[in-house]
Design a binder for this molecule. Structure first.
Ligand SMILES: NC(=O)c1ccc[n+]([C@@H]2O[C@H](COP(=O)([O-])OP(=O)(O)OC[C@H]3O[C@@H](n4cnc5c(N)ncnc54)[C@H](OP(=O)(O)O)[C@@H]3O)[C@@H](O)[C@H]2O)c1
Length: 325
């Protein structure tokens, strides 16, 4: 028997329960990973609350972790028992001591990266990779806007943008978070609880606004973001921390200057083992070079997953948070 977090009904963090369970034997193309550290992500809260639908209930939770291979299926040749691995793209169930998942979802973990670092950086770092390098291929020299700059994805984006020679204007909700993001490499940080974001962006860009705006806050920041994108620029709406954006009138994109909008997901960029590996290679190289450091702001015991989610959704965290089985 091992332990995992599961939920049988949608609701607040209190629906998360620690249960004893039998991890299934891996199928032919699967592996069983003994997790050493697990990533906490905002998407986990959407699945718990019901904003996103899990395949069925009761459901496990979490898509990111790092550990050691405990067992491999009969058709798996790329991995063997005892290897260090990490994963970020599901299936649900990473909040567990043992997690069975398709071998295609795994990457080998370089010795230079600890289990804790990997669990803190896989999902958020692969996201930063595709946002800054693929969704909008930054060349260096751009001035961009990035919401939630002191968060998990944001703390990595601040550093990665700086390494690319990009001026990242971060948006955060407190002076302490602004200081944190600036120390990581943000060019300027706007404290949205005290400053007018659009006004500040106009000042900082001499009225030109930004060629790309990265918005994971959603409902509360949609209007602001639209007003910060330069004509023919791109709004990347990649999350719903304040609630989903709905009822969009396409005409607004014309009024604001022929804007583009995309609503990307990590799963559609890391959509094959080759793409996943290429993105992970680039992420690991950034970590190895020291240009990007993993910021673990909070550690929680697996059994305290509800408290961890409460802290994340009430904006009390900075950097990444991990769960320890
Ligand atoms: N599409 C994808 O592929 C993808 C992949 C990974 C993550 N994401 C999204 O990226 C975002 C960041 O994820 P993360 O796990 O790294 O979380 P995080 O940034 O560590 O935490 C979310 C942050 O959002 C900000 N926020 C603004 N309004 C909020 C509100 N009403 N309630 C809660 N937080 C609010 C808070 O920062 P301030 O207090 O500074 O405002 C909070 O710390 C999430 O929206 C997530 O869904 C998307």
């Amino acid at each position: 028997m091992s332990q995992r977090i599961q939920f049988t009904a949608h609701g607040g963090p209190e629906v998360l329960q620690l249960v004893e369970y039998h991890a299934a034997e891996p199928g032919p193309d699967e592996v069983c990973v003994a997790n050493r550290a697990i990533g906490l992500n905002f998407i986990d809260t959407y699945l718990r609350s019901g904003l996103y639908a899990p395949p069925s209930l009761p459901s496990g939770l979490g898509t990111e972790g790092a550990g050691v291979i405990e067992a491999v299926g009969s058709a798996v040749s790329r991995f063997k028992v005892g290897e260090r691995v990490a994963y970020a793209t599901g299936p649900l169930g990473a909040y567990s001591e043992l997690h069975v998942l398709p071998a295609d979802k795994l990457v080998k973990l370089p010795d230079s990266i600890s289990f804790e670092q990997a669990a803190a950086v896989m999902l958020k770092g692969l996201t930063a990779q595709y946002l800054l390098r693929q969704t909008f291929a930054l060349q260096g020299g751009e001035t961009i806007l990035f919401h939630a700059a002191a968060g998990g994805v944001g703390s990595l984006a601040c550093q990665w943008a700086k390494a690319l020679g990009v001026k990242l204007i971060g948006v955060v909700s407190s002076a302490a978070k602004a200081e944190y993001a600036l120390a990581l490499g943000a060019w300027v940080c706007i404290n949205s609880s005290q400053e007018d974001v659009v006004q500040r962006v106009l000042e900082l860009t001499d009225g030109k606004k930004c060629p790309v705006v990265y918005d994971s806050v959603g409902k509360d920041s949609w209007e602001t973001s639209l007003n910060c994108v330069a004509p023919r620029g791109l709004l990347v709406s990649f999350g719903n921390a304040s609630g989903p954006v709905s009822g969009v009138n396409l005409g607004i994109l014309a009024q604001k200057g022929s804007l583009y909008v995309t609503r990307p997901t990590l799963a559609s960029y890391a959509d094959s083992p080759e793409h996943l590996q290429a993105m992970a290679d680039e992420l690991f190289a950034m970590l190895d070079s020291g240009q990007v450091r993993v910021e673990i702001g909070q550690r929680f015991a697996l059994r305290d997953a509800a408290a961890a989610q409460q802290a994340l959704s009430s904006r009390q965290t900075t950097g990444s948070s991990i769960l320890l089985p």
